[in-house]
Design a protein around this ligand. Structure first.
Ligand code: ATP
Ligand code: MG
Length: 139
């Protein structure tokens, strides 16, 4: 069976637009339990490390500059089949293509500024969770 945890972020634009509250409401509505959460800011070096998998992509510079442009919220969420459930819940990468009612449709503004992140596999959920949280920061 697939794992029950995923690492999510509320990205800088969504934080700037005061969408933390509405997105937290959607998280509760979707039946995701919060295991860990923090309000923080990625340095450019940390953003490059987090997105290292995309380092060869043409949008890597834009992505890492954006993700280090202001505060974010990072959280570990728990639910059965969490990675897939969260990705379905937030919608397509491009908000313009995201289904009605999804977080990216509601709160995303462009392909780059798409409101939230979600891990893409159980393995990466573990790696990304460890990037932000120590064992004593999880409840
Ligand atoms: P995330 O990893 O943020 O949850 P995702 O898994 O849906 O999103 P990825 O392919 O992992 O999408 O891309 C990571 C992020 O890079 C996207 O969320 C998006 O903000 C940005 N991105 C992806 N493709 C492009 C592109 N062609 N131009 C600009 N930014 C892009
Ligand atoms: Mg991804």
């Amino acid at each position: 069976m697939s794992g029950n945890k995923t690492l999510i972020m509320i990205k800088p634009t969504a934080v700037r637009k005061a969408y933390i509250g509405p997105i937290m409401g959607k998280i509760a509505e979707g039946g995701f339990k919060i295991k860990a959460m923090k309000y923080t800011c990625l340095s450019i070096e940390q953003a490059k490390a987090f997105y290292a998998v995309h380092s060869e992509r043409p949008f890597f510079g834009e992505l890492t500059e954006f993700m280090s442009s202001g505060p974010i919220v990072a959280a570990i969420l728990e639910k059965d089949n969490a990675v897939e459930e969260w990705r379905n819940f937030i919608g397509a990468t491009n908000p313009a293509e995201a289904a009605e009612g999804t977080i990216r449709k509601l709160y995303g503004t462009s392909l780059g500024e798409n409101a939230v992140h979600g891990s893409d596999s159980d393995e990466n959920a573990e790696i990304e969770g460890n990037f932000f949280f120590s064992a004593t920061e999880r409840y």
